[in-house]
Design a protein around this ligand. Structure first.
Ligand SMILES: Nc1ncnc2c1ncn2[C@@H]1O[C@H](COP(=O)(O)OP(=O)(O)OP(=O)(O)O)[C@@H](O)[C@H]1O
Length: 281
C-alpha cells in the first residue's frame, strides 16, 4: 500500500503557484524529493505534515484524508521542519520531552523511556543533558530527527535533513536515515543528488511545482544515457570543465566528443534543463 498518494495538487501563494497539479506516490522505504530552490519541496512537505491544506487536488496519507482526519494522521507521523523552532535554553532531553508532551504521550514514565529511546537512536545519549544552544549544527539537526521519531511514526517527513552538514556528518545522517527507512515510509527533501544516490529507493524530481520524474535513482541516471559527452570544447548551456581539463556536456553531442557514463546528477540536470544552471529564475 502507498503511504502517500498525492493527486493533482495545486497550492498558490497569492498569484504564485507553488504546486501546479503535482502528483506522486510514496510507500515504505526512503523517497527523495529533489528539486532546485523554489521548486515547492517545503510546500509539499508541509502539506504531507498536514500543516498546509491544498487549494485543489487530493492527498491520501496513511490511507486517510487529511482534510477530514488530520489528528489521526498526525498521531502517526513524525516531521522535521526546515527550521525547527528549538527552545535553545532547553536541554536535549527537555526539548524532546516537551515535544513528546505535545504528541500526547501522557504517562510520564513511558514518555521518558520513549524520549531516551529516540535520543539514543540518533546517537545523542551522551549529550542528553546539554543545552541545545551549546550543540553543533549537526547535533541540533539530530535532535530534530529524534523528536520526529517519537511514538514510532509510520510516516517520517524530513525537510532538507542534510543541508549544511560536513561530509562526515552527512555520512552519519545517511546511515541514520536509511536505518529509519527500513521499516517505515520516509519522505525527505534535498538539493543533493548524492543524497538521493546514497539513500533513496525512489526519487521524485520536480520543478515549478510539477513532477518531472518519478522512479528509482538508477532510472534517473538512465535519463541521461547516450547524452553525456566529454570534449575539449565547451558546447551549449549544460557544459562545464571537469578536474581532468575536459568539458562535460549534457545534451547534443559536440564535435569530436566521446560518450561518457551518466550519473544521477546528469539525469537531473537534463530533466531540469536551463533551470538547473539558473538561466531561468
Ligand atoms: N508563505 C509564502 N508566501 C508566498 N510565497 C511563498 C510562501 N512559501 C513559499 N513561497 C513561494 O513558493 C515557491 C515554493 O517554495 P518552497 O519553499 O516550497 O520551495 P522549496 O523547493 O522548498 O525551496 P528551497 O529549496 O529554497 O527551500 C517559491 O517560489 C516561494 O518563493
Amino acid at each position: 500500500m502507498n503511504t502517500v498518494v498525492v493527486t493533482n495538487v495545486v497550492k498558490s501563494y497569492g498569484r504564485h503557484r507553488a504546486l501546479d497539479g503535482l502528483s506522486f506516490t510514496a510507500g515504505p522505504g526512503v523517497t527523495g524529493l529533489l528539486g532546485p530552490n523554489g521548486a515547492g519541496k517545503t510546500t509539499l512537505i508541509r502539506m504531507l505534515a498536514t500543516v498546509l491544506a491544498a487549494d485543489s487536488g487530493t492527498l491520501r496519507l496513511l490511507g486517510r484524508d487529511p482534510s477530514a482526519e488530520r489528528l489521526q494522521i498526525r498521531r502517526r507521523l513524525g516531521y522535521l521542519p526546515q527550521e525547527p523552532g528549538f527552545h535553545r535554553a532547553f536541554t536535549v532531553f527537555e526539548f524532546v520531552d516537551y515535544v513528546a508532551i505535545l504528541k500526547e504521550i501522557v504517562d510520564r514514565r513511558a514518555r521518558h523511556d520513549e524520549v531516551r529511546r529516540v535520543i539514543a537512536e540518533v546517537g545523542l545519549a551522551e549529550v542528553s543533558g546539554k543545552r541545545i544552544r551549546a550543540l553543533s549544527g549537526g547535533m541540533r539537526r539530530r535532535v530534530g530527527i529524534a523528536q520526529a521519531l517519537l511514538g514510532e511514526p509510520e510516516l517520517v517527513l524530513l525537510d532538507e535533513p542534510t543541508a549544511g552538514l560536513d561530509p562526515e556528518q552527512r555520512l552519519r545522517f545517511r546511515e541514520l536515515i536509511s536505518r529509519i527507512g527500513e521499516n517505515r515510509t520516509v519522505v525527505l527533501s534535498t538539493h543533493q543528488t548524492e543524497d538521493v544516490a546514497a539513500l533513496c529507493g525512489r526519487v521524485v524530481v520536480f520543478d515549478g511545482g510539477r513532477c518531472m520524474f518519478e522512479g528509482t535513482p538508477e532510472e534517473l541516471r538512465r535519463v541521461a544515457e547516450g547524452q553525456v559527452w566529454l570534449s575539449a570544447e565547451r558546447s551549449g548551456v549544460l557544459s562545464w570543465r571537469t578536474g581532468e581539463g575536459l568539458f562535460r556536456n549534457i545534451g547534443q553531442a559536440p564535435d569530436a566528443a566521446r560518450l561518457a557514463e551518466p550519473t544521477i546528477e546528469d539525469g537531473y540536470l537534463l530533466l531540469l534543463g536551463d533551470a538547473a544552471v539558473g538561466v531561468r529564475s
